[in-house]
Design a binder for this molecule. Structure first.
Ligand SMILES: [Zn+2]
Ligand SMILES: [Zn+2]
Length: 343
């Protein structure tokens, strides 16, 4: 039984770990785990090759990845700029930025977990290109690349894709990570994330996948049951600073994590995945260490982690599971995707 509070060094906040509550009686809503079997092409999918999108644009017959400007952008270089000035202390400004969509594959039914390591590596190059291209724009301070996967995180179209928000501000979590990493470097002369990796390697029990140049683990301070961080072992601020062998090793560790996720309950595992790369505002980010964060919303195959009083009302997480137990579950999974082994 794990019942304690753990310090989250990247967010500078406490996480309450109360794993003894995991089996408390539950009579609320559950999620139906059965996922529909999808065809490789759907004629009314706005992401499939050759189809017409809401904007009238027609998708090309792409055969690997496909990047386009979001037809419903939340930030845009064309956002209204003649804004009404709000009264008193309130502030506003133009919602400027670039929002894009990246399709992982022309196949409607091929998830990230099912791409092979070469294809994942190719996708990492696309992410790198987007980060560099958008980050270079003078107004863009940060490029957030993320994937929402599964209906439980609100994704209506299952065609595998991620989104890019390149914004005129730095997203809050990245800003916090950048600030605490800077502070840690100033105080200790060391890189915070390097010390986290070293601590995880020393403990060993939460590591999900590892090779020469990359590592993935459920962090000691996980807020979500199956939270996983994937990182290069050497300190790299962003994807464009990884060597080609580092990208290869990173893709391979990423693939293993995704496969273990899907194998856990033999279903496409829902998550919010975010790339945490250094801001592009020209600041000094020498203490920043690129990583990918997975925040899976499910605690059990049919049970969502609800964000409620502690998380929304108070701003700190209450975890009903122990990171060590959840890591053990993931470690016990095969690294061959269940769909592959059924063939
Ligand atoms: Zn599609
Ligand atoms: Zn992070």
């Amino acid at each position: 039984m794990t019942w304690e509070e753990r310090w989250h060094p990247l967010r500078e906040e406490w996480v309450i770990v109360a794993a003894h509550r995991q089996d408390r009686p539950w009579s609320g809503s559950t999620i139906n785990k059965s996922a529909p079997v999808l065809p490789p092409y759907v004629s009314d999918c706005y992401l499939c090759p050759g189809n017409t999108r809401v904007s009238g644009a027609i998708n090309p017959q792409y055969n690997q990845t496909y990047v386009f400007d979001n037809d419903h952008p939340c930030v845009s270089l064309a956002a209204p700029s003649d804004l009404e000035t709000p009264p008193s202390l309130y502030q506003n400004r133009s919602a400027r930025g670039v929002a894009r969509v990246v399709c992982y594959s022309p196949k409607h039914n091929l998830t990230l977990a099912e791409l092979n390591v070469d294809q994942i590596q190719q996708l990492l190059h696309v992410w790198e290109e987007q980060y560099v291209e958008l980050g270079r724009l003078p107004e863009i301070k940060h490029v957030l690349i993320f994937e929402n996967k599964g209906e439980v995180v609100g994704v209506s179209n299952p065609h595998p894709h991620c989104q890019i928000y390149a914004t005129n501000f730095i997203f809050k979590t990245i800003e916090t990570e950048a600030r605490v990493s800077r502070h840690y470097l100033d105080q200790t002369g060391r890189v915070l994330f390097q010390d986290i990796i070293a601590a995880e390697q020393k403990a060993g029990i939460r590591i999900i996948a590892e090779n020469d140049l990359a590592i993935a683990f459920v962090p000691y301070f996980a807020r979500y049951a199956y939270e996983v961080l994937v990182a290069p072992k050497w300190q790299r601020r962003s994807l464009d600073t990884l060597s080609s062998i580092e990208v290869r090793d990173f893709a391979s560790v990423l693939k293993e994590v995704l496969v273990r996720f899907d194998n856990l309950w033999k279903m496409p595992f829902p998550y919010v995945m975010a790339l945490h790369q250094a801001p592009t505002d020209g600041g000094d980010y020498s203490g920043f260490h690129f990583h990918i964060e997975f925040h899976p919303p499910l605690r059990k195959p049919d049970l969502l982690k609800f964000l409620a009083g502690p998380e929304i009302g108070g701003g700190n997480f209450l975890s009903d599971t122990s990171p060590e137990e959840k890591a053990a579950e993931l470690r016990a999974q095969s690294n061959v995707h269940y769909k592959e082994s059924m063939k």
